[in-house]
Design a binder for this molecule. Structure first.
Ligand code: GTP
Length: 597
């Protein structure tokens, strides 16, 4: 296809504004998928994505479209992940296309995620076509929302397309806008091959599948190509495009987006953002901006039932094949037995992997306190990385500790600003900037990553009713006064609950932790002391009194079903307990105890 007849685009939107529905409609109306094969949310493949409504891996589809002018166009739609943990992947996939449809729900207006995503698109120099969706609803207010888009985002919305992705109104106009308002890609067919690695994943039949955007040159079946980041060479044995099933092609030229396989064993050999060129007479300069994704949050994953350790190992092996940014190594814990220490891009990434293990592999897990990577400067001159608070050496051997800090950008409607500032302040944040965009404030904070990994995002969402958007990047390491806090239950240390904290906050955290544990651990036949300590010094203590009464005694009156329910609940709860010394600690205690209120 000549460059002038290719259009590459993505769709950016706030969650629930109709991105997936619009994509489905575009796929359907171009006849890419026969009506009878159409199912909702064609692009979201994993169950977990459907349930949580988040897209994790970029997906792509090629649409063949005959425009009103009678010309045939190839339209490549790349779907992008929409969460901060995957910001790097979002920015890479945005760089693989020239334009975006900005979908805004015309009954709701611009929201936080709209802004965060549109900034990624503007960063990638996209031409942006605003689309006002859900015009079939009586609450739709297109004029007002168009003005709001102009005020808040600062782009012209006078030509915004009015669409109902549900009924199909405006779909034709949207396709025409993609052709006439988005630019064609640029590229040189005769230059050495330069292709951007947009995404890769593991397919159990095909092995590693690589999604590429061709910038210059041509990639052909049976070509030998070089990955510039790690200087490996692979033979292309399958080449094609997604429609959305795989359609084989002999070659892909500049401006095109497609996939190949090349007997690559592991996803970790393919790095998002890498430049792929020909083995011989290849390009010498890589595309700008390649940076491998580094895990920044670590935690331990242990099976609740220790006999499932081997199952967990194989689940983790399989997931890692498909996710280069997920790292792991074996770990043993006195309290939890055998498990794995795993590294993630962020908290959502952690939750997604944990959910997939529990759901797809049916293994119940205990997750230990998430931790960041600390730099330990030892008195003997040695410098070490600390991934796990359990490995913290004796404090007398340590000269000083550095922790990672982030630059966090938060966009929030005015009325919630006070709460957001308080939250950041409480988390040891240093305010760097505060500006306004329409009725929204943009605050920039310098924050310690360790204050963000627990529940910062949850808290932010709850104090702003979901209206804040949050983005961050690591800025570097800084020395601070950090200590390891241990938790003892019935005088036994529970290593899975130990964590690194700032000295000034240790007592507060310790107190909150033991109070929570007191509520979370069921009473036993004996008294249980619960303590938080730094080194040998106890900083907080609670005592769980011994069990005397029947729990169901609480349900005065003789409501039998209620009693039944309570007993059933207890029984179910029982299965998820872990024994520590003589004490049973329920699985949820490990997660809940770490959340701050
Ligand atoms: P995520 O996948 O969760 O990020 O959301 P999304 O932006 O992809 O939204 P999705 O397409 O899942 O649509 C969200 C909800 O809005 C669904 O219940 C859709 O059926 C509904 N919806 C989408 N477009 C329209 C529309 O034009 N009119 C009406 N009435 N409902 C719509």
């Amino acid at each position: 296809t000549p460059l002038s007849h290719i259009r590459n685009f993505s769709i950016v939107a706030h969650i629930d504004h109709g991105k997936s529905t619009l994509a489905d409609r575009l796929i359907q109306s171009t006849g890419t998928v026969a009506d009878r094969d159409m199912k909702a949310q064609m692009l979201d493949s994993m169950d977990i994505e459907r349930e949580r409504g988040i897209t994790i891996k970029a997906q792509t589809v090629r649409l063949d479209y005959v425009a009103d002018n009678g010309e045939h166009y190839v339209l490549n739609l790349i779907d992008t992940p929409g969460h901060v943990d995957f910001a790097y992947e979002v920015s890479r996939s945005m760089r693989a296309v020239e334009g975006s449809l900005l979908v805004v729900d015309s009954t709701q207006g611009v929201e936080a995620q709209t802004l965060a995503n549109v900034y990624h698109a503007l960063d990638a120099d996209h031409e942006i076509v605003p689309v006002l969706n859900k015009i079939d609803l009586p609450a739709s207010e297109c004029d007002r929302i168009a003005t709001q888009i102009e005020d808040v985002i600062g782009i012209d919305a006078s030509q915004a397309i009015r669409v109902s992705a549900k009924t199909g109104v405006g779909i034709k106009e949207t396709l025409e806008a993609v052709v006439h308002r988005l630019p064609a890609p640029k590229g040189d067919r005769d230059a050495p091959l330069k292709a951007m690695l947009v995404d890769s994943w593991y397919d159990s039949y095909l092995g590693v599948v690589v999604l590429v955007r061709i910038i210059d040159g041509v990639i052909r079946l049976k070509d030998r190509v070089r990955f510039m980041s790690n200087d490996t060479v692979h033979l292309i044995d399958r080449l094609g495009v997604f429609k959305p099933g795989m359609l084989p092609m002999e070659e892909l030229g500049p401006g095109e987006i497609g996939f190949f396989t090349a007997q690559i064993k592991e996803v970790r050999d393919t790095r998002v953002g890498d430049t792929i060129t020909s083995e011989r007479k290849g390009a010498t300069v890589a595309l700008p901006g390649f940076k491998p994704a580094q895990p920044v949050v670590f935690c331990g994953l242990f099976p609740v039932d220790s006999s499932e350790f081997e199952d967990l190992r194989s689940a983790i092996d399989k997931l890692a094949l498909n996710d280069a940014s997920f790292s792991f190594e074996m770990e043993t814990s006195a309290a939890l037995g055998f498990g794995f220490r795993c590294g993630f891009l962020g908290l959502l990434h952690l939750e997604v992997i944990r959910d997939r293990i529990e759901r797809e592999y049916n293994i119940e897990l205990i997750t230990t306190a998430p931790s960041v990577v600390y730099h330990l400067y030892m008195k003997d001159g040695d410098v070490r990385d600390l991934h796990n608070p359990a490995d913290m050496p004796d404090l007398t051997l340590v000269d000083h500790i550095e922790e990672p800090r982030i630059k966090a950008t938060i966009l929030v409607p005015d009325e919630y600003l006070g709460d957001v500032l308080k939250l950041c302040q409480d988390r040891r944040g240093v305010q760097m900037d505060l500006t306004y965009a329409g009725s929204r404030a943009m605050v920039v904070y310098d924050l310690p990553l360790n204050e963000v990994v627990f529940d910062f995002y949850d808290r932010l969402k709850s104090v702003t009713k979901g209206y804040a958007s949050f983005d961050y990047n690591l800025t570097g390491y800084q020395e601070d006064s950090l200590v390891k806090m241990s938790v003892l239950v019935n005088d036994e240390p529970v290593d899975a609950l130990s964590m690194m904290v700032h000295r000034d906050r240790a007592e507060m955290r310790g107190r909150a932790m033991v109070e929570k544990l007191k509520d979370l651990i069921p009473r036993h036949m004996f008294k249980i002391p619960i303590q938080a300590a730094i080194g040998g010094k106890v900083i907080a203590r609670e005592t769980l009194s011994a069990l005397r009464k029947d729990v169901t005694a609480k349900c005065y009156g003789g409501d039998a079903t209620r009693k039944r329910k309570l007993l059933d609940k207890q029984k179910a709860g029982k299965k998820k307990m872990r024994q520590f010394g003589k004490v049973d600690i329920p699985q949820e205690a490990f997660i809940s105890a770490l959340k701050m209120d």
